[in-house]
Design a protein around this ligand. Structure first.
Ligand code: PGA
Length: 228
């Protein structure tokens, strides 16, 4: 990943069937935007292995060798592989995906994930060569060791159509960067119209996109405008 180029992450949450996901990938690759940064798409667990295969094949078919499209998961277990019914261990995703969203506010709220659980998840991710994208809800949220990418995602902005102001995102990003050598991305109602305003100052290093990533063409619109 080029450290100076923006990172654009699609968080598809618990959406899509496999045929829809497969279509998303082919539409995205066939109509890929010009973008030098890294793009990470995060589908649901069951689709990761097939999506990885599909991306590899279609990059060949469309000769899209310039496209830096990676895969991420939306969560991982605090446990290693073993007798944990229903869980997905980070080690099971080794070489399947490269990134792991950890600590999204929907996980903190709906699944009561706390700071100590999230620190264990980061540790598990690192042990399996997954790069954590660690979500914080404000500048005061605790950030575990071994995190290098922090996603600032204020809860009021998620899925509401009411993004934070770029100025506040810059302030929060600067505060987070005072705490460590982090790449900081912004998430919360990002659209193709507002993405550039978050990146223009160069303080925010990318975006995490929910709603506007569900349709591959609207996500292409976001990626196209995701420049500093
Ligand atoms: P949103 O979601 O873009 O729909 O606000 C962002 C997120 O939850 O990561």
């Amino acid at each position: 990943m080029n450290e100076r180029l923006p990172l654009t992450v699609a968080n598809l949450k618990a959406n899509k069937t496999w045929p829809e996901m497969s279509r998303w990938i082919s539409d995205f690759i066939a109509n890929r935007p010009q973008f030098e940064g890294t793009i990470v798409v995060c589908p649901s667990f069951p689709f990761l292995a097939a999506a990885s295969e599909e991306i590899r094949n279609l990059i060949d078919v469309y000769r899209a060798f310039d496209l830096n499209l990676k895969l991420g998961c939306q969560d991982i277990s605090i446990f290693e592989q073993g007798a944990y019914t229903g869980e997905v261990a980070a080690s099971q995703l080794f070489k399947v995906c490269q990134f792991a969203i950890i600590g999204h506010s929907e996980r903190r709220q709906n699944f009561k994930e706390d700071d100590s659980m999230l620190a264990r998840k980061v540790e598990r991710a690192r042990q399996s060569s997954l790069e954590p994208i660690f979500c914080v809800q404000g500048p005061e949220t605790s950030i575990p060791p071994q995190v290098t990418i922090v996603a600032y995602e204020p809860v009021f902005a998620i899925g509401t159509g009411l993004p934070d102001t770029p100025e506040n995102a810059f302030t929060v990003s600067r505060e987070i960067k005072k705490r460590g050598d982090y790449k900081v991305i912004y998430g919360g109602s990002v659209t193709s119209d507002n993405v550039h305003s978050f990146l223009q100052e160069g303080t925010v290093d990318g975006v995490l996109v929910g709603g506007k990533s569900l349709d591959p063409f609207s996500f292409i619109g976001v990626v196209k405008n995701a420049s500093y």
